[in-house]
Design a protein around this ligand. Structure first.
Ligand code: ADP
Ligand code: MG
Length: 672
């Protein structure tokens, strides 16, 4: 006898709301229904352990997903716990049991904010209606003398119950795919949803696809079925696959053992001591579709005070890419939830690749609620600590390997330091700086090594090519600078100073007082000082006039090297200010604010250099004014070129002028 009724919820809008709002990704019904099937198996196994259910010894638990393209149905079958008619009424009909009414009330307010919810609400089963016009449950409970029961619902609030047709324990859910679900008739769409959500579910999943057949194929199949000696009654309604299956039953030895779609014991669930390097690498390749090997990894394995398992990989930096792009996959009991949820994972870890399984995480809340959740906070600090521990261990125990990784992991670590104070505190002594000498040093190693020349000062290079000239000068003096050339280094430099009071971090072209200056042996006389000042002023006036730049400073100094005629210095503060302007300067307010700030540019003329010596002498002769001007421009351009790239106009002028100079030189030679 059939029984009809309606779902005991108050809102008639229930299913439409589910359809529209509950899940933004339609394919989530795959996760919900297959995970229900897994749950059904797990529950039965538990009961059997407790001696409350009988399972035959060699029974295999399996889930079968059957797509029938001809009938437009999708079935999910399990041999789990099953349900009695009463249980269907309780767990399926009375949706109020899962707090749905409450949920709806709350949810309607929030419905506007899409993507808000990441987990599910104990309404998983009803996600079937996102793709199906009609859903059927056919189920037989494990309980003694249970009767199979059937439940049919066409998407409204009415349902129908009848006796079921399953003759073995378990549940078959049949979805009659409607217009909203027709893409799941495609084998590839179904497979990609299954791979996305079910790849690591704990019960083996097998997929069968029954193809849609043309009339001819149907006729041919009938013929084939007949030749296979299947009775006409059997053949009726059997597809080709069905027929072959029948055949398969007859030739069981030939048939290859079908492979499940999923890996029921993913690596993260194993004990770290049972996993080899090869296992970790293979898992990485498979999950992240990355051909490269990861550098190293961290296996998280915690049971108390909360459960958290997972593997975090440090990927190799993709060449020519300044930013790392990570991928953290979140699972709950081997059921995939989502990727890169920044509310759950410390933000800087999103630069890594990995899997995290957090069965205790409250997923049925909004994202913002999750962010303030105590559990998430504890989990975050646990993961952060584990990552920091791994890094400091590597640094201590295998410095050369750690140095080898640094170019790849440095960006991540620096970013992490700026995002998480606690992380910085743990790893600060393991931060490395690659120097212009090609070695890796910690800050204290660098400072110790260079304290003779400059105390508590870290020099750095932001562009090895552009600053090649300065680097050469540094090297000639036996000095070294750290190479800080990635995007994360700009803010990191300020961060470093903030964290190390007293430390000054300067770009290599900011100042030469400590590094390239000739150290005076004797006290400079008052007369000499005055003479120097006079020369400085004279040259400054000269250059300001020729360059048409009244803010440039000119200093004539004796550098330790003779090879360089002039250098341009830009004070550290000025440069940072200009960089800030470049970064944020589009706003009118800021433009106005910066309008009056002129960069403090200094041209240092090297008195030890032959050309400069000539220039100083020539500049005092009135009749050589023309040549002096040419030389001043050329010396300035040479300095500029090792400071920044010339603009195309500057370059044209430089080339023209070089030609003029060489022509003069050649004509002098020939008239000798
Ligand atoms: P949840 O899984 O969070 O409890 P669902 O809406 O997904 O919520 O399922 C509701 C209930 O229906 C389940 O708790 C379970 O009791 C029952 N159920 C759903 N699918 C199955 C199944 N395949 N086998 C047995 N029971 C099921
Ligand atoms: Mg469920």
């Amino acid at each position: 006898m059939n029984e009809k009724g309606n779902l005991s919820i108050n809102s008639e809008n229930f299913l439409p709301i589910i359809k529209k709002w509950l899940y933004t990704d339609k394919d989530i019904f795959v996760r919900e229904l297959v995970s229900n099937a897994c749950d059904a198996v797990t529950k039965l196994e538990k009961l059997s352990h407790l001696g409350e259910a009988e399972i035959s010894e060699n029974e295999k638990f399996e889930i079968h997903v059957v797509l029938d393209q001809d009938q437009h149905t999708l079935q999910i079958m399990d041999n789990g716990i099953g349900m009695t008619a009463d249980e269907i009424k309780k767990y399926i009909n009375q949706i109020a049991f899962s707090g749905a009414t409450d949920f709806l009330a709350k949810f309607q307010e929030k419905a506007e904010q899409e993507n808000e919810i990441i987990g599910h609400f104990g309404l998983g089963f009803y996600s079937a209606f996102m793709v199906a016009d009609k859903v059927e449950i056919d189920t037989l409970s494990y309980q003694k003398d249970a009767q199979a029961a059937k439940w049919i619902c066409e998407g409204g609030i009415d349902y129908e119950m009848a006796s079921g047709s399953r003759d073995s324990r378990g549940t078959t859910i049949t979805l009659f795919l409607g217009a909203d679900g027709k893409e799941f008739l495609e084998e590839s769409t179904l497979y990609s949803a299954l791979r996305k959500y079910c790849s690591f579910m704990p019960v083996p999943i097998f997929v069968d696809v029954i193809k849609e057949l043309s009339e001819e194929e149907k006729a041919a199949e009938k013929k084939e079925a007949n030749t296979l000696h299947i009775s006409p009654e059997d053949a009726a309604g059997l597809t080709k696959e069905g027929a072959l299956e029948k055949l398969g039953e007859k030739n069981i030895e030939d048939a290859e053992e079908p492979k499940p779609l999923n890996d029921t014991t993913p690596l993260w669930q194993k004990q770290p001591k049972d996993c080899t390097d090869e296992d970790y690498k293979a898992f990485y390749h498979k999950v992240f579709l990355d051909m490269n090997d990861p550098l190293f990894w961290i296996h998280l394995n915690m049971d108390y005070p909360f459960r958290l398992k997972g593997i975090l990989y440090f990927p190799k930096l993709v060449e020519h890419m300044d930013v790392m792009e990570g991928e953290i996959k979140l699972y709950s009991n081997q059921v995939y939830i989502a990727d890169n949820i920044k509310e759950v994972v410390p933000e800087f870890l999103l630069l890594l690749k990995g899997v995290l399984d957090c069965p205790d995480m409250p997923l049925n809340v909004s994202r913002s609620a999750l962010q303030n959740d105590g559990y998430v906070e504890k989990m975050n600090s646990y993961i952060t600590k584990k990552v920091a521990d791994k890094l400091t261990q590597l640094f201590k125990n295998d410095r050369s390997a750690y140095e080898g990784f640094w170019d790849d992991i440095g960006i991540f670590i620096k970013y992490g330091c700026m995002r998480e104070e606690k992380f910085y505190d743990k790893v600060k002594d393991s931060l490395l700086y690659k120097t212009t000498d090609g070695v890796y040093e910690t800050l204290s190693e660098y400072l110790e090594k260079n304290k003779e020349n400059h105390e508590n000062k870290l020099f750095f290079v932001s562009d090895e090519n552009l600053q090649a000239q300065y680097i050469r000068l540094f090297k000639e003096q036996g000095l070294e600078a750290a190479i800080l050339s990635t995007t994360v280094d700009k803010p990191f430099v300020s961060f470093l100073e903030y964290k190390n009071p007293g430390l000054k971090v300067q770009r290599i072209d900011a100042d030469i007082t400590d590094t390239l200056h000739q150290k005076e042996d004797t006290e400079i006389s008052e007369a000499q000082k005055q003479a120097d000042e006079y020369t400085n002023n004279r040259m400054e006036t000269l250059f300001r006039g020729f360059l048409n730049n009244d803010s440039i400073k000119v200093n004539v100094e004796s550098l330790k090297t003779e090879n360089v005629s002039a250098m341009i210095l830009l004070s550290e503060d000025s440069r940072r200010m200009m960089e800030m302007m470049e970064a944020y300067g589009s706003g009118a307010d800021l433009k106005a604010m910066f309008a009056n700030i002129k960069p403090e540019e200094t041209l240092v003329l090297n008195r030890s250099n032959g050309l400069v010596k000539y220039l100083l002498a020539m500049s005092e002769k009135e009749d050589q004014k023309e040549d002096t001007e040419i030389l001043c421009h050329q010396v300035y351009d040479l300095a500029l070129m090792s400071h920044r790239p010339l603009s195309s106009e500057e370059m044209t002028r430089f080339i023209d002028r070089s030609n003029t100079i060489l022509e003069k030189l050649a004509s002098l030679e020939i008239h000798k």
